[in-house]
Write a protein that binds this ligand. Sequence first.
Ligand code: KG4
Ligand code: ZN
Length: 328
Amino acid sequence: MRVLALETSCDDTCAAVTDGARVLSNVISSQARFHERYGGVVPEVASRHHLELVNPVVAEALDEAGVELGDVDEIAVTRGPGLIGALLVGVSTAKALAAAHRRPMAGVDHLHGHVAANFLEPDPLDPPFLCLIASGGHTLLAAVRDRAGFEQLGQTLDDAAGEALDKAARLLGLGYPGGPAIQRLAERGDPDAFEFPVAMRDDRGLDFSFSGVKTALAYAVRELDADEVEARRADLAAGYQAAVVGQLVDRLERALDADGWEAVALGGGVAANALLRERVAELCRRRDLRLKLVESRLCTDNAAMIAAAAGSVAPTPYPGYLSWDASA
Ligand code: KG4
Ligand code: ZN
C-alpha cells in the first residue's frame, strides 16, 4: 500500500512516500537557518515557513518516489503533539490532498512515528522491543509490544534531552540545533575536565531530568571569564554531552534490568548522536541484545516514520476527516 505522509509538528517541513516498509522518498526541508538567530524554534515563524514549504516538499516527495498523487492509497499526517500552528499547516494540507482524490486519511501521533521508524527498511524491527526516544521536545522510554502503540515507562520531568543540548549550545555560543554542534565540539574536548551530575542516580525510577546538568553548566560558565570559556568550550561540551548521554544510557539499562527485552531501538533527533549510539551499542553487545539503529534521517523528524505508524492506524474515509479539528 502506498502512503503519502506529511509531518510539520515543529520546524521541519517533511513529506514522504512509502510502499509497505519501503521508503520511496523522504524529503525534509529544515527551517533551522530561520530559527538559528533566536537559538530555538519560534512557533509563529515555523508556521509561516511551513505554509511556504509544504507544497514544494510534497511535490518533491511524489516526484522522487516516481508517483502521482492519484497513485497514493492513503494520506497520513502528524496530528500531534507539536506546535499548534505548525500542525495546522500539515493537517490542512493533508485534508486538501486527500479530499482532492477522495483518499482516506490517518492522523498519527508524532511519538508513535518515532517508534515506527524502526518498522521501516532496511532490517525492519518487529515488536517487542524497548525504545528510547530522545528529541528536542520529548524524552521517554517506550515499551513497544505491538505495532499499534507503546507504553510509556518513564519520561523527562523537565527538559527534553535535545532541549538540554540546544540550551547548552546557546550558553556556549554555538548554533542551533545545538545537539550536532555540541557533538562536533565535544570530539576535541576532555569529558572529564569538568564534573557534571548525572541526575537521579540513586532514584531507581525510569524518569529523566536535565535541569541539574543545565544549571551545572551555567555555573561552570559563570566561574570562567570570556577567554577561559572560549579556550575550554570543547571540554565543557564534552563533559556536558557525556552527562546527558550518561543519563539516557543509565535509564535504558535500568529498564533492561526490570524486564526481559531482547531488542533495543533508539528514536528522536538525539538518537543521531554518535556517543549515544556507541554507548548503547556497547550496552547491547554486553547483554547480547539486538540493537536497531536507524539512519539519522529517520531519527530526526521526518514523514517516512509517520507513514510507518499509519500502517496500524485505522484511516478515516472521505469525507469524515474534513471536519477534523486540528487543535483537538
Ligand atoms: O526529533 P527531532 O528532529 O525533533 C523533535 O521532535 O524535537 O529532534 C531534534 C533534536 C534537537 O534538540 C537537536 O539538537 C537534537 O535533536 N539532535 C542531536 C543530534 N542531532 C539532532 N542531539 C545530539 N546529537 C546529534 N547528532
Ligand atoms: Zn520528533
